[in-house]
Design a protein around this ligand. Structure first.
Ligand code: TRP
Length: 450
């Protein structure tokens, strides 16, 4: 079954991998990973994160690609096609809703990155500049109109890429931006580790301290691994459907995971040494990249240039991920409402503008509206990461492990026998997908609830 319109596919395997890496590398790597490392015992967190990513997340990532490429349609259609049951379509709809929730706060933070990019271009963070970075940030995000305008701009930019289509929009921008992103983060990393006193930051990143690693750190590591690899929200099901028949899915899964994880560690190496060199508390939290880093830039040699490079990188990482979230929603709407790409993109954009506004205002005038002590913004973040993505991941592995025959799974990962994949590796992967991953996810969910 193939619901794709002509042109709705990647031109090559490299295009697919670049787009998937573009989705994976995002605010999660530059904004969330470093502060989670900071709050959860540095290297101890990284080690656990690596193990979870290798053992649990990579097989889930592979499962999503298997569903997408075998199904060949929107997430809803693909789930139905591979499982042979209509009811599984719900899983695709849940994925769309999840992406919508993530997008609602993602575009707000995306707007902040544009604002900070503009400020850095105005040399606001150049060495010697006098800024009150705490006041600047809280004043900006707490105001009403400016952050909404920037979020709107971010949505429009995403929309333009989506309307250009899979090859000319998503694939072309990812192929351009991903290599640049790696170069930028390495340049910033070099500056950061050559600051006097930077060793303490590297030691923090690479010397494990298991005393500040708690059970909640374990949950944070699992949640972050899902978020960073864009799992549990049908992203790779959507991109899987655009993947060439000859692509090696196991190798792609490995390349995507390694790139995303390597980038997260690089981001840690770019940020933590600078944080330590200036004697700042590493567990600053969500404000790390918008409050702490600008402060550091104003004190360090080449700070102005570094601030520009950093916010360009942050913006590119954010927009390529936003495109993938948007594409899941648009592809689903194209299928469910039988409308064109342009219309689906327009409906998505307008609806996101509304929910984005609410999330943005919840940092300011709507601050007092809280649900279980969390603002609407935090609630979207919390619910999508802890509930919806977990549920999505569970549905994915159950569908592949229990509703797809092992023979069909083999057929998919060997591209109908054209590729050689070791039988032992395939069996281990299938075992993890069928038993280990569902148990780990259910266990985690239960422990979150109690
Ligand atoms: N992975 C992205 C990040 O690290 C966020 C993201 C993009 C995402 N697409 C997704 C998360 C789909 C979940 C599902 O910032």
């Amino acid at each position: 079954m193939s619901a794709n319109r002509p042109g709705d596919s990647f031109s090559s395997n490299f295009g697919m991998v670049a787009a998937a890496i573009g989705s994976a590398i995002g605010l999660g790597n530059l904004w969330r990973f470093p502060y989670l490392v900071g709050q959860n015992g540095g290297a101890a967190f990284i080690i656990v994160y690596l193990i979870i990513t290798l053992v649990i997340s990579t097989p889930i990532l592979l499962s999503e690609m298997v569903i997408g490429r075998r199904g060949g349609g929107s997430p809803r259609q693909s789930y139905i096609a591979v499982s042979g049951r209509k009811g599984w379509g719900v899983a695709g709809i849940i994925g769309m809703v999840t992406c919508f929730m993530i997008m609602s706060f993602y575009v707000v933070v995306g707007g902040w990155t544009i604002k900070y990019l503009v400020l850095s271009l105005q040399m606001a963070f150049a060495r010697g500049a006098q800024i009150d970075s705490v006041g600047l940030f809280s004043g900006f995000v707490g105001s009403s109109f400016p952050p909404i305008a920037y979020a709107g701009l971010f949505i429009v930019l995403t929309l333009v890429i989506i309307c250009l289509g899979v090859q000319k929009g998503i694939e072309a921008t990812s192929k351009l931006m991903m290599p640049m992103l790696f170069v930028l983060i390495i340049l910033i990393g070099i500056r950061s580790v050559t600051l006097p006193g930077a060793e303490a930051g590297l030691e923090y990143l690479f010397k494990p301290d298991f005393s500040s690693f708690t059970f909640s750190s374990l949950l944070a590591a699992l949640g972050q691994s899902f978020f960073s690899l864009s799992l549990g929200a049908c992203m790779l099901i959507t991109y899987g459907a655009y993947t060439p028949r000859s692509s090696n899915l196991v190798r792609n899964a490995a390349v995507i995971t390694v790139s995303d994880t390597f980038f997260a560690v690089l981001a840690g190496c770019a940020i933590m040494p600078a944080v330590f060199a200036f004697g700042i508390n590493p567990s600053e939290g969500a404000g790390l990249v918008f409050v702490t880093l600008p402060q550091i830039f104003t004190q360090m040699p080449l700070g102005g240039l570094c601030s520009i490079l950093f916010f360009v990188a942050l913006f590119m990482a954010a927009i390529s991920s936003s495109v993938s979230l948007f594409e899941v929603i648009a592809a689903s709407l194209m299928d469910i409402c039988k409308i064109s790409r342009g219309k689906a993109a327009a409906i998505t954009g307008v609806t996101l503008m509304i929910t984005g506004c609410i999330c943005s205002l919840s940092q300011g005038v709507l601050k007092n509206i809280t649900v279980r002590g969390m603002s609407i913004f935090d609630q979207f973040d919390y619910l999508s990461s802890n509930f919806f993505m977990t549920l999505g991941g569970l549905l994915t592995v159950i569908c592949v492990g229990w509703f797809v025959k092992k023979r069909d799974f083999m057929d998919e990962i060997t591209a109908s026998g054209h590729l050689r994949v070791s039988g032992a590796l395939a069996s281990v992967l299938f075992f993890i997908i069928k038993y280990v991953a569902p148990l780990v996810i259910v266990g985690t969910a239960i422990s979150i609830i109690f």
